[in-house]
Design a binder for this molecule. Structure first.
Ligand SMILES: *Cc1c(COP(=O)(O)O)cnc(C)c1O
Length: 225
C-alpha cells in the first residue's frame, strides 16, 4: 500500500471513529472538525492528505507552516490553517497573514501584537485562548483562575473576539479531567468552541464536548526528527 492509500485509509478510519464517538453521546459527526496536524510531516504525506480531500490543517510553528502552506494557498482556496503552537509576538504579523484560526492566544502582549497586525492587514483570524488546565510552569496558556479577567480584557482592552478555548493536558494525568475542566470554563464564559483531544484521546475529548480534535500521528504516521 502506498503512502496515499495509507493516509486516505487512516483518515477514513479516524472519521469513522469520530462519527462513532458522536453517536455515543448524541452529537452529530459534522459538529466535530478534524484538524490534521501536519507539523514535521513530509511533503508527500501532506499531498496525500490533500488528495484524500482533507482541507483543515494544524501547525505548531509559523515558519514551518509557511514552508508547508504559503505556496499552496492559491491552489486550495478552501484550506483552513490553524496555529496550535506557541506564538511569539514578533511573529504575530506572519501568523495573521497565514492562519485562519490562532488557537494559542495566551497573554496580553500577544493580544496587542495581534490587534496591530489585524488592523494593518485588514484580516481577522478566528481566535482561541489556550488554557493551562494543569497549571504547569513550563506550559503556556492562561491559568483557569485568571481566565474570566483575561477574556474580559481581550474584548474591552484589545477589541478581540474570542471564539473558543484550547488545552493540552499534562502527559501524566488523565486527559478527561482536563477536557471536563475546559468544557466547564467555556460554558461559564459563554464560549461554544473547544479544541481538545489528540491521536491518543480524541474520542474521549468528543464525549466531553470537543468541537475540534487535533490529530497528527494517527493520521500521517510518526513525525520526522
Ligand atoms: C503535535 C500536536 C498535536 C498532534 O499530536 P498527535 O499525538 O500526533 O496527534 C496536537 N496538538 C498539539 C498542540 C500539538 O503540538
Amino acid at each position: 500500500m502506498n503512502i496515499s492509500q495509507q493516509i486516505s485509509e487512516a483518515r477514513e478510519l479516524i472519521l469513522a471513529r469520530i462519527a462513532h464517538a458522536t453517536q455515543v453521546c448524541d452529537r452529530q459527526a459534522d459538529d466535530i472538525k478534524l484538524v490534521a496536524v501536519s507539523k514535521r510531516q513530509s511533503d508527500d504525506r501532506i499531498l496525500a492528505a490533500l488528495s484524500a480531500g482533507h482541507r483543515v490543517f494544524g501547525e505548531n510553528r509559523v515558519q514551518e507552516a509557511q514552508a508547508h502552506w504559503a505556496a499552496r494557498r492559491a491552489e486550495y482556496p478552501d484550506l483552513e490553517l490553524r496555529l496550535i503552537g506557541p506564538l511569539q509576538s514578533n511573529k504575530a504579523a506572519d501568523a495573521v497573514a497565514l492562519f485562519d484560526v490562532i488557537e494559542t492566544l495566551d497573554r496580553e502582549s500577544l493580544a496587542s501584537a495581534l490587534r496591530k497586525a489585524i488592523d494593518t492587514q485588514n484580516r481577522t483570524p478566528r481566535l482561541f485562548v489556550q488554557v493551562n488546565t494543569g497549571e504547569e510552569d513550563q506550559k503556556s496558556g492562561v491559568n483557569p483562575n485568571d481566565l474570566p479577567d483575561f477574556l474580559a480584557r481581550m474584548s474591552s482592552t484589545h477589541g478581540l473576539k474570542v471564539e473558543g478555548l484550547m488545552c493540552i493536558p499534562p502527559v501524566e494525568e488523565a486527559a478527561s479531567l482536563h477536557f471536563a475542566l475546559l468544557a466547564c470554563l467555556a460554558a461559564n464564559a459563554g464560549l461554544t468552541k473547544l479544541s481538545m483531544g489528540m491521536s491518543a484521546d480524541f474520542e474521549t475529548a468528543i464525549r466531553m464536548g470537543a468541537t475540534s480534535v487535533r490529530v497528527g500521528s494517527a493520521l500521517f504516521g510518526a513525525r520526522e526528527g
